[in-house]
Design a binder for this molecule. Structure first.
Ligand SMILES: Cc1cc2nc3c(=O)[nH]c(=O)nc-3n(C[C@H](O)[C@H](O)[C@H](O)COP(=O)(O)O)c2cc1C
Length: 197
């Protein structure tokens, strides 16, 4: 069966992670279903050069976040994995407490109840105790918690390099081969240490 990946972009800083994931999957001709929360739409305008319309057209399918008549609001419609990137603490809290009041949280609910892969990319700092407890609940419920915490051992030169690190980690979790991450064995730091041995 063809791979279908749901991408939810929430109103947290770092919407570029979701956008880059969408564009990378498009470049591989992998089917994507996209939904943007209202705050995500505003933050896309503030933080990136992309327009909401362009992103809607990049996805294979787009549904508004209040569209419970979307086929993906039903567990009977199969998708492989769902990625919420970035994921606000409000959306983390909603999923953790079983409040599925929009399409993104409903798809998260379906992923957990149907045993499909759910990758959550929280973006907040510092975390409150409530945030941390909610993240534990979600991890215990089967979600993959993949914080937007890029590594620097690949010696990134550009913002793109930093963004690619997180997108590459998401693709690794989705089981999609990618060359976005400079792996530790390719790192100059490690190679120079090996030379010193
Ligand atoms: C410019 C801007 C940046 C924000 N950044 C974050 C953030 O990084 N993390 C977060 O949890 N909330 C952030 N928020 C607050 C969320 O947008 C807000 O809690 C909203 O209710 C989230 O709803 P959503 O998950 O449905 O998009 C930000 C809001 C604005 C306006």
């Amino acid at each position: 069966m063809e791979k279908i990946i749901f991408i939810g972009i929430c109103g947290a800083s770092g919407v570029i992670y979701g956008i880059k994931l969408l564009k990378y999957l498009r470049s591989l001709n992998i089917k994507t279903v996209l939904s943007l929360s209202n705050n995500a739409k505003s933050i896309i305008e503030i933080e990136t050069p992309f327009s909401v319309e362009e992103l809607k057209n990049t996805a294979s399918l787009y549904y508004e976040n209040d569209d419970f008549f979307s086929p993906f609001a039903s567990g009977s419609v199969i998708f492989d994995s769902a990625v919420i990137v970035p994921c606000s603490m409000k959306t983390i809290g909603s999923i953790a407490s079983g409040i599925y009041s929009n399409l993104i949280t409903r798809v998260a609910h379906i992923s957990l109840k149907e045993g499909r892969k759910l990758i959550l990319v929280p973006r907040e700092t510092p975390y409150s105790l409530i945030d941390l407890k909610n993240l534990v609940i979600l991890k215990e419920s089967g979600a993959c918690i993949l914080p937007a915490s890029p590594g620097f051992y690949g010696q990134p030169k550009t913002i793109d390099d930093i963004v690619n690190f997180i997108v590459g980690k998401i693709l690794d979790q989705l089981g999609i081969e990618n060359d976005l991450i400079k792996r530790w064995y390719e790192s100059k730091i490690r190679n120079s240490q090996i030379k010193d041995l």
